[in-house]
Ligand binder design. Structure first.
Ligand code: SF4
Ligand code: SF4
Length: 414
C-alpha cells in the first residue's frame, strides 16, 4: 500500500472514520435512569455489583510472551505471581458465587487472571463447580497446548473463551510468544467447535484478542482474515504498560513511523468492514483508540485540547471498581483486572469478599477515580479512555440506576 499521497486531510478523515466505527460514548453506556425514590441515596463510592468477578485460579503460565511481565526474571519471586490458588481461597470465592446464585443473581465470572488456567494441574476439577453456576462463565486461554478430548469437553461448557493471538506470521509469533504454534492454536479452535457440534450444544463464544505491537502491525489484516475465517470475534488491545519492560523488543502501534502507522489504521478500517460483513464483533480497546485518534490528529495538524492547561479534571472513564473485582491466586483482591499488587484492597484470607468490596481501601480507590487523583495503574492503563471526572460520576450514577440495586443492601451480601 502506498502512502505517497497521504497528507493532513486524509489523516483527519481516517481519524473521524475510526471514531465513528469504534468509539462508544458515555451515552451509549447509559440507560435511561429509573425512578429511584424507593432506594437508598446514591453513594458514589460504594460497589453496586458483586457478581462480576475475575478469579485467578493460577498465576502460572506455560508461555513467556516477550511483552508480558512474566518474562521478567524477577516476576516469579513476586508474591502471588507464580502460584496456584490455595484450596481455601478457591472455596471462599466459590461460596460467594454460590450465595449470589442462591439469591437469583446471575454471575459474570472469568476464571483467569494473569496466568493460564489450563496449565493448572487438575484444572478441569477446579473449574467444574463454577461451571455449574448460572450466568456467564468465561475463561482466558492462550490455546498454545494441544488439548485432550476431556479438556475440550470442559472448555466447551464455558459461555465465552477469550483467546490470544497477535499474528499469523509464524516467525513473528515465535519471536513474540515463543512456544506458540499457529497450527496447534487452529486445531484447538476447530476441535472445540466440533466437540460442541457432536454434543449438540452451542459452541462457546470465541473472542480473539490481538495485542497490537509494532511487530504485528504490518500483517494485521491477515490476522483479521484468519479470525473471520474461523468465526472468531476480534479485539485489539495495547501493550501491558504498567511496568515498562527494559529492552522490550516491540513498541506500541502508536509509536510506529508515520507511514506504517497510517497503514495500520487503514487495515483497522478495512478489517472493520470485513467483520461487519461477516456479522462478527470487532472492537479496539478504548484507550488505544484514543491514542490512535490523537496521533491522527497530530498528523493532520489538528488542535486538540486534551492535556492542555484547562481547568477540567481528567480521569479514566472506568467503571470496573464499581462493578467487578479480581481475586488473585493468593487471595488478594483487586478493584479491577489490571491493578498492581500494592493496590490490593484486601485478602480473602482475612475477610469476606463483601467486606473487602465495601471496605475503606476499595472506597478510596473509587474516590481516586472520581476525583482525578489516579493510582499509578490507572494512569498507565489502556482499558479505559480518558474523560472528565463529572462524566465518570454521571456514568456511575447511570449504571447504578440501571442496576436497580440498593447499595446499602449490596453491602450485606456474602
Ligand atoms: S499467555 Fe498471557 S499470561 Fe502467559 S506469558 Fe503470554 S501474555 Fe503472559
Ligand atoms: S487500572 Fe485501568 S481497569 Fe483498573 S481501575 Fe484503573 S482505569 Fe480501570
Amino acid at each position: 500500500m502506498s502512502h505517497a499521497t497521504w497528507g493532513p486531510k486524509p489523516a483527519l478523515l481516517l481519524k473521524s472514520r475510526l471514531l465513528s466505527l469504534f468509539a462508544t460514548t458515555a451515552e451509549d453506556q447509559q440507560e435511561q435512569p429509573q425512578d429511584s425514590a424507593q432506594r437508598s441515596a446514591f453513594d458514589p463510592l460504594a460497589m453496586f455489583c458483586e457478581n462480576d468477578l475475575m478469579i485467578e485460579l493460577t498465576s502460572t503460565c506455560n508461555l513467556r510472551c516477550v511483552y508480558c511481565p512474566k518474562s521478567q526474571p524477577g516476576d516469579k519471586l513476586l508474591p502471588g505471581r507464580d502460584q496456584d490458588m490455595p484450596e481455601l481461597i478457591r472455596q471462599r470465592a466459590l461460596a460467594h458465587c454460590r450465595w449470589l446464585a442462591d439469591q437469583g443473581i446471575e454471575l459474570k465470572l472469568i476464571l483467569s487472571g494473569t496466568g493460564e488456567t489450563t496449565s493448572l494441574k487438575g484444572w478441569m476439577d477446579r473449574v467444574q463447580p463454577f461451571l455449574e453456576l448460572p450466568g456467564v462463565i468465561s475463561i482466558v486461554s492462550n490455546f498454545a497446548r494441544r488439548f485432550s478430548e476431556a479438556e475440550l469437553a470442559t472448555l466447551s461448557r464455558f459461555t465465552t473463551i477469550m483467546i490470544s493471538l497477535d499474528t499469523v506470521d509464524r516467525g513473528v509469533l515465535k519471536d513474540l510468544r515463543r512456544k506458540m504454534e499457529l497450527e496447534i492454536f487452529t486445531l484447538n479452535v476447530v476441535r472445540l467447535r466440533s466437540v460442541s457440534l457432536a454434543a449438540g450444544t452451542r459452541s462457546p463464544y470465541l473472542h480473539l484478542n490481538c495485542t497490537a505491537t509494532s511487530r504485528v502491525a504490518q500483517k494485521f489484516y491477515d490476522l483479521a482474515c484468519y479470525a473471520a475465517t474461523l468465526d472468531l470475534s476480534l479485539g485489539v488491545s495495547s501493550l501491558y504498560e504498567l511496568s515498562p519492560i527494559p529492552g522490550l523488543p516491540v513498541a506500541c502501534v502508536t509509536d510506529l513511523p508515520e507511514a506504517e502507522f497510517l497503514d495500520f489504521c487503514r487495515q483497522l478500517e478495512k478489517a472493520h468492514g470485513l467483520f461487519k460483513h461477516k456479522n462478527l464483533a470487532f472492537d479496539v480497546q478504548p484507550d488505544l483508540l484514543d491514542r490512535l485518534v490523537k496521533r491522527l490528529s497530530r498528523i493532520g495538524d489538528e488542535q486538540t485540547n486534551w492535556d492542555s492547561g484547562s481547568q477540567r479534571r481528567w480521569t479514566r472513564l472506568c467503571t470496573q471498581p464499581w462493578q467487578r473485582c479480581t481475586v488473585g491466586a493468593d487471595g488478594l483482591v483487586f478493584p479491577c483486572c489490571v491493578t498492581m499488587r500494592q493496590e490490593g484492597i484486601g485478602s480473602l484470607k482475612d475477610q469476606s469478599l463483601t467486606e473487602i468490596l465495601s471496605g475503606e481501601k476499595a472506597r478510596e480507590f473509587r474516590r481516586g477515580l472520581l476525583s482525578g487523583e489516579l493510582s499509578k495503574s490507572c494512569v498507565g492503563c489502556s482499558m479505559a479512555r480518558p474523560g472528565e471526572v463529572t462524566e465518570l460520576r454521571s456514568i456511575i450514577e447511570g449504571l447504578w440506576q440501571e442496576s436497580g440495586l440498593d447499595q446499602q443492601h449490596v453491602g450485606v451480601l456474602g
